[in-house]
Design a protein around this ligand. Structure first.
Ligand code: BTN
Length: 331
């Protein structure tokens, strides 16, 4: 099933009527009169709204009353209250998909898709960095953001660091937790991975035509179960869940906050304010200032992680030498 921010008009109107009358019942007849649709159509919409996780009470002679919200990242929920100018104004939501990156890349070049968000409740072939699989069960936030940025292609390798900083900021603000950043683009909680970023670039005569940012957040998952599935993959260092099973937390607020922080950081990069982003990333980093071993395609480098360069490269000092690493994993 797919829902978008630009159709499902009947469903969204019923839902907003129920939301604005949430203390009282609305009769099927009233809904059918206001929306100029049949009672059967009203009932079908109600059934669909319930299937999306909203709790609706119904009473004979009185009608329907909304008593509980959904936790799904549905397009109209993301857009309602979103404070961005461009990012997240168009949303596609899937119950299930191979990978949101694949769908994003099929529409990414169309000008109107700049800022579009593609969400899926789960993914059957989620993609991770460096060709790895990304296991994406129910309970996580799995989405891609299409961007047509103005910044130079040389910043493409810094971008994932900037995006993970945006997520760490959003987590701090909405959930009051203290995540850390691990080079190049992991967000960690208690030294275990809680989220990762992936960037797919499409270039046109050396300019960025489109950039697809894939974000995977272990929002409310069973870390032990997930660890069992992925513990044999390269660079595994443990899985964390952002919120625990019985913890009350609103994934929609987190998503909205992330999109807002992301737009702010994109603006900074567009204006060339690179150092500010790197400085903030470094402040939240669990990598800089520590001993690190980086695995690269040409072998391992061990030393002290001393800084991030303007292009996002990690600089490692080893005896009297320094090494710059652009692609790799830190342990
Ligand atoms: C990483 O390896 O750390 C990056 C993981 C990125 C996963 C996200 S989930 C949504 C989007 N769709 C995908 O197939 N991958 C990214």
């Amino acid at each position: 099933m797919i829902y978008t921010s630009f159709d499902n008009v009947g469903l969204v109107r019923i839902l907003s009527l129920l939301k604005s009358h949430n203390a009282e019942y609305l009769s099927g007849q009233d809904l059918s009169d206001v929306l100029k649709i049949s009672r059967v159509a009203v009932w079908k919409h109600i059934k669909r709204i319930r299937s999306l996780g909203y709790k609706i009470e119904s009473k004979q002679k009185l009608g329907y009353k909304l008593v509980g919200n959904t936790e799904l990242l549905l397009p109209w929920e993301i857009i309602d209250g979103l404070k961005t100018d461009v990012i997240g104004k168009r949303v596609y939501y899937f119950d299930d998909i191979d990978s949101t990156q694949n769908f994003a890349s099929s529409i990414a070049k169309t000008p109107r898709e700049n800022g579009t968000v593609i969400v899926s409740k789960k993914q059957s072939s989620g993609k991770g960095r460096l060709g790895r699989k990304w296991v994406s069960p129910d309970g996580g936030l799995w989405f891609s953001v299409i961007l047509h940025p103005k910044f130079d292609v040389s910043l493409a390798t810094l971008f994932p660091l900037a995006a993970s900083l945006a997520l760490a900021n959003a987590i701090e603000k909405t959930l009051k937790k203290k995540p850390e950043l691990k080079w190049p683009n992991d967000v960690t909680l208690n030294h275990k991975k809680v989220a990762g970023m992936l960037v797919d670039l499409s270039l046109k005569s050396n300019d960025i035509e489109s950039l697809i940012l894939g974000v995977g957040i272990n929002f409310k998952i069973d870390p032990i179960k997930l660890e069992k599935t992925i513990k044999n993959t390269r660079n595994f260092y443990g899985v964390a869940t952002l919120v625990k099973k019985n913890e009350d937390a609103d994934p929609i607020k987190l998503m909205q906050s992330f999109l807002f922080e992301l737009e702010k950081i994109c603006e900074e990069l567009n204006q060339g304010n690179i150092r500010k982003t790197i400085k903030e990333w470094t402040k939240m980093s669990a990598t800089i200032g520590k001993k690190a071993t980086v695995s690269t395609s040409s072998g391992k480098i061990s030393g002290k992680a001393i800084r991030i360069d303007d292009d996002g490269a990690l600089v490692i000092s080893q005896a009297k030498e320094t090494h710059r690493v652009l692609v790799g994993d830190v342990s």
